[in-house]
Write a protein that binds this ligand. Structure first.
Ligand code: DAH
Length: 341
């Protein structure tokens, strides 16, 4: 019997398995009721009394050792199958996680905000779901102005009062002016909506930044200098600007600003349609009607406003040809833009 115990000990010590199922087979073979060790326990009853002490000890040792060994094998087998299944390598050193990148529209938006912040403008925001007053009426839009039309504006409700998605961030001008008095110097970034067919050149939502400066003696010269400073900070120190007369209901006089094409340096290319200039924003002196409708004394105060599309500026900086790229969340596109902010 001693030999048998020793033989089982050696056997169990040298067991090797490759799966949890094999461990279970071994447990049954050695430790179950009909297993080899139980068999020896049965034989032990008939052993001569003077041998019982020594043999009993050895048997117990064998049983404990077998139980430990089977447990160890079970741990090894379950560990290795998990590693195999998940491809997990627990010995690998941790590597730095790849960092995400900023969305190009946010990079450009932050840059615009930075430039205006240096001139003392602070950020103001307003709701995307608006009413007629803030988007149109307070901004001097005539009752029959085409911009109010169904073709441009997404209406959420028409009765009893209009509720709509704002079509421009100029609505934030009203929101700020009706609750504060000059000096006002704000910049309003935000998303706007228009009912347009989606294509490479138009989308039903896009982003704008609006700037507003109202104080005593604000003149067109202040506007021009601000525009020049912005253009040079944004597109480089050699950038030229030009203002063309235009019309917006909320500014008088109104202008559109072009910058010298930053792709060809003003020489003329396909991007600027060989004119050397590209349009980037609308601006003007705040119409006295707008100041008055917001409770600001237009005989004492004057102001300028400007508004630009962030997508447009981003296209100029990065030459993104298809507007839809901005909202498709394609990592291959987005990961090309790196910025510290
Ligand atoms: N709100 C105009 C638009 O969406 C842009 C604009 C033009 C804003 C002139 C202004 C401005 O503040 O003065 O097309």
């Amino acid at each position: 019997m001693l030999d048998k115990i020793q033989q089982l000990k050696d056997e169990i010590q040298n067991l090797h398995v490759s799966s949890a199922a094999e461990v279970e087979d071994l447990r049954i073979k050695y430790l179950s009721k009909k297993g080899a060790i139980s068999q020896l326990m049965n034989d032990f009853r008939t052993v001569a009394p003077e041998l019982k002490r020594e043999l009993g000890q050895k048997l117990n040792e064998l049983k404990n050792m077998a139980t430990d060994r089977i447990n160890t094998l079970r741990e090894e087998a379950s560990g290795s199958s998990e590693e195999k299944a998940t491809g997990l390598d627990l010995t690998r050193t941790s590597a730095p996680l790849p960092l995400g990148s900023r969305h190009p529209l946010n990079i450009v938006r932050n840059k615009i905000i930075d430039i205006f912040a240096r001139l003392g403008f602070s950020i103001a925001e307003g709701p995307e779901i608006e009413d007629d007053w803030h988007v149109f009426s307070s901004l001097n839009f005539a009752a029959d102005h085409p911009a109010r039309d169904m073709q441009d504006t997404f209406f959420i409700q028409r009765d009893p009062a209009d509720v709509l998605l704002r079509t421009h961030t100029s609505s934030v001008q009203t929101r700020v002016m009706e609750h504060s008095q000059p000096p006002i110097r704000i910049i309003c970034p935000g998303r706007v909506y228009r009912n347009e067919a989606i294509s490479a050149r138009a989308h039903c939502f896009f982003h704008q930044v609006e700037a507003l400066y109202v104080d005593e003696h604000v003149s067109f010269a202040d506007l021009k200098q601000t525009l020049l400073y912005f253009a040079r900070e944004m597109f480089g120190p050699d950038t030229q600007i030009r203002l063309r007369p235009s019309y917006f209901p909320f500014t008088e006089p109104s202008a559109e600003m072009d910058i010298s094409c930053n792709l060809c340096g003003g020489k003329g290319c396909a991007f600027c349609k060989h004119t050397g200039w590209v349009e980037i924003l609308g601006c003007g002196m705040v119409d006295p009607n707008v100041l008055e409708s917001c409770g600001i004394d237009s005989s004492r105060y004057s102001g300028f406003a400007l508004g630009m599309g962030i997508e447009r500026i981003t296209n100029l900086k990065y030459q993104v040809k298809d507007l839809r790229m901005f909202s498709e969340n394609d990592i291959r596109f987005l990961s090309q833009f790196q910025s510290a902010r």
